[in-house]
Design a protein around this ligand. Sequence first.
Ligand SMILES: *Cc1c(COP(=O)(O)O)cnc(C)c1O
Length: 395
Amino acid sequence: MTLARPLFATPRSYLVATTPDEPVLFLSPEALHRAARVFRDGFAGLVTYAVKANPAPVVLDNLLAAGVSAFDVASPAEIALIRARAPKAVLHYNNPVRSQGEIGAAVAADVASFSVDDRGELHKLAEQVPRGREIAVRFKLPVAGARYDFGDKFGATPKSAAGLLAEVARLGYRPGLSFHPGTQCTDPEAWASYIACARDIAAAAGVTLARLNVGGGFPARRMLGDTPALGAVFTTIARATQAAFGAQAPDLVCEPGRAMVSEAGQLAVRVKAIKQNGQVYLNDGIYGALAEQPIMGMTDRLAVMAPDGTPRRGGVRACVLWGPTCDSLDRIPGTVPLPDDIADGDYIVIGGMGAYAAATVTRFNGYGAHRLVSVRSLDTPIAHWTPRPACLVSP
Ligand SMILES: *Cc1c(COP(=O)(O)O)cnc(C)c1O
């Protein structure tokens, strides 16, 4: 079943028919179903979706329809969002820092599992969370491989994780461990290091793990040349779990955000102006759906077309791209290779934008209104135009 049957075939047909001045995030229900299938068929455990990556109703409804029945949530608002459309969904509240009010809201909403990385926070949970629920201790390792490191903010060291895990069991909760190797982690061995460490933590605590949550961080395709190896990550996780725990292997949980939704979205931004100096001003920028580009590196999965849908295929020009606000930080760092026949009013369609694009948009300077449009397919027009490196010149 595909919900919210798309009215438009492709981003291109929508842009030609409506020539929107606002940025548009196109979402493909079919691609969401495909990603859900990849995780369900490939991952040997419970697949939960990390809601923060894209909480749009069309995303949640299609993942539910595709059989995703468990969700990683981080706030009472995300809990309410899921409960409103799926009263029976399993909720894992894996933001390890919560106020007493937030804990109360989670208990009232029958959250099944909590993560924790600090003794004080564990005792806060123990005041309200019924015994027998799962509490997973989140730990961190200094492992490389991800685009940015989540360990700066969350995660106990292995030594303090062992003490916390023993305390979780002593308090009468189902003991688990969890980790997050960092988003867009392309090295499967990062998971293997964490899983081996989980075994050591459980042994030091003298606790048999009920479950092991191997996080999000699964890589999506960002650049034209990328071939994210989800299969290799799934195989490594299964192999490392067997090697570490053997017959006592805990049940596995994963919580993909990016890799579940990234390929299901394409963002269309519009050229508002091209100045005499060649610099390009867009209707979206770093306070909008392009917020991740300065952090992750600008994607090269771009296609440019005229408002009538004609693809621009000129030689390549290295362009300075500015966002729409009056803030001089609102710029894509460096330059971006674009066709040299790009013109005022053109659309730039950007692939792999389903995750962390619409989700973090601000209304700074009055911008940030995005249209969300479901389409039958995303096949056009990405990759019709490919930069030819030999032609790269500065403006
Ligand atoms: C953000 C987050 C995720 C999802 O991470 P991705 O890199 O998008 O897969 C999963 N779990 C937790 C606890 C998170 O904070």
